[in-house]
Design a binder for this molecule. Structure first.
Ligand code: SF4
Length: 462
């Protein structure tokens, strides 16, 4: 077990190199993929800051460029290699530029082989569990070692001592667990992020107390399956209990979380959402398909009937409880009938929004070995049908908010409407209204006066 003293002495050693520069060296961290990856990117920035680096948005004045990659889709991998290839010319102009590759791609053997063979200008490769090793890896590079790789071990917990450079001043992502035990047949995550490791709840609560006292207004709890939080800890608390304890923290803030696996979602979770005033009144519950046969082929471990029990329980108490979901269209051998069952679920649950994807084969997963008799044109047609139906459902569903007052955390100015700003309501609905940009990062009360298919429109009332 490494000690903090060991880390401190490493940091001091690296600083000798960074401080020998005329001005602080600059780092550029390029994140791909999901919110967990962006959260890892904030930790990488925290380490680099501690090592004496400043930050730059561009490649040309960077002294270190880190590509924090995503492996969920094969196309994402190709895209990342395309971007990484484009920085070779910067290295040719500035030979002491350090280029690093990390994230989910970095723990895949074929990626490591490809880097060695075709991307020799990459200096450092490290996996998702080796982020806290970055000072050591950099020290090796400064000491003249070529091609420093740390991709072996991906099941160890990350250090709790790491500083974080946050990209937003009012919204904070807080991972509460790492990895996944579920092995959905289409998904690479368990192979690249390892098994579930929950963080100690006291460390999470302390971090969030600090964020709230620093003025953060939205806390997003992250995990591949937050509903199984704590199951791997000897003296752990459940996810619902964690939400209840976070709800007791003083301050004006909203707690969101993602993602929930339906097999572990419980009535207790719904009760907690409804009873805790700081927990957003919204549940993102990825259904993926409306067909029990397809769910079985996906290894999702729940049936549509079980899924609907959760939805119905929430709606018995709050009739318009807000649900959103993920849907995969065109899973291998999905029949027209099975696809129609997915359409039926959309009509039954009346989601406020869906995130839908055409199934794409991911090498290394079990589903990649399945034969597939549905061609891409058919999958695209199904996708268009699904999107058209959801558009109708969203338009109709958003009308229920007209006349109500919503509490909205303001995100940003509207791009195409001068004088307008937008934010998210407690129910995770986009709300647009006229207002000054100075309100960004604050809660405002908005009376809803209209709706469209992706947002509602309102007027500030205080
Ligand atoms: S729950 Fe399934 S889809 Fe989600 S990360 Fe785990 S294996 Fe992937």
């Amino acid at each position: 077990m490494k000690t903090t003293n060991y880390m401190d002495s490493l940091i001091q050693s690296v600083k000798k190199f960074t401080e020998s520069k005329d001005s602080p060296p600059l780092a550029h961290v390029h994140n791909f993929g999901c919110q967990l990856n962006f959260s890892d990117g904030e930790k990488i920035k925290g380490i680099l800051m501690k090592l004496g680096y400043g930050f730059t948005e561009t490649y040309d004045n960077a002294d270190i460029i880190i590509f924090n990659t995503c492996a969920v889709r094969e196309s994402a991998e190709e895209k990342a290699f395309g971007v990484i290839g484009s920085v070779k010319r910067y290295k040719e102009k500035k030979p002491d530029l350090i280029i690093g590759l990390c994230g989910c791609m970095a723990v895949q053997e074929h990626v490591v082989e490809r880097v060695k063979k075709s991307f020799p200008f990459i200096d450092i490769v490290f996996g998702t569990s080796a982020i806290d090793e970055l000072p050591k890896l950099l020290l090796d590079v400064f000491n003249g070692k070529k091609h420093v790789f740390d991709t072996s071990e991906y099941n160890k917990p990350l250090s709790e001592q790491m500083e974080v450079v946050r990209d937003s001043s009012f919204k904070a992502s807080v991972p509460i667990m790492y990895g996944c035990n579920n092995f959905c047949t289409y998904c690479i995550v368990p192979y690249v992020r390892g098994r579930e490791r929950s963080r100690n709840h006291e460390a999470i609560i302390a971090e969030i107390k600090g964020l709230v006292s620093d003025g953060y207004k939205e806390i997003m709890l992250l995990g591949q399956n937050v509903n199984s939080y704590g199951n791997d800890l000897a003296n752990g608390i459940s996810f619902s209990e964690l939400l209840r304890r976070l709800n007791e923290i003083d301050g004006e803030f909203v707690i969101r979380f993602m993602s929930s696996h339906p097999k572990d979602a419980s009535f207790e979770l719904i009760d907690t959402i409804i009873q805790c005033e700081k927990v957003a009144k919204h549940l993102h519950l990825p259904v993926q398909s409306g067909s029990n046969e397809i769910l079985k082929a996906m290894n999702r471990k729940y049936t549509i009937e079980k899924y609907l029990e959760i939805v119905d329980y929430a709606r018995q108490q709050v009739p318009d409880f807000s649900f959103t979901t993920d849907v995969i269209v065109g899973f291998p051998n999905e029949t027209e009938e099975q696809f129609n069952e997915t359409l039926e679920i959309l009509k039954r649950v009346k989601y406020d929004n869906i995130y839908s994807f055409i199934y794409s084969k991911r090498s290394g997963t079990r589903a990649a070995l399945f034969e597939d008799n549905v061609n891409y044109e058919e999958k695209s047609r199904r996708m268009q049908t699904l999107l058209a139906l959801q558009r109708e459902i969203s338009i109709e569903g958003y009308k229920r908010f007209i006349g109500r007052t919503m509490t909205v955390l303001v995100d940003d100015e509207c791009k195409n409407a001068e004088g307008w700003i937008h934010g998210k309501s407690n129910e995770f609905i986009i709300v647009e209204f006229k207002g000054p940009k100075e309100l960004v990062g604050q809660f405002v009360k908005v009376k809803i006066i209209g709706s469209k298919n992706w947002a509602v429109i309102g007027e500030i009332i205080d």
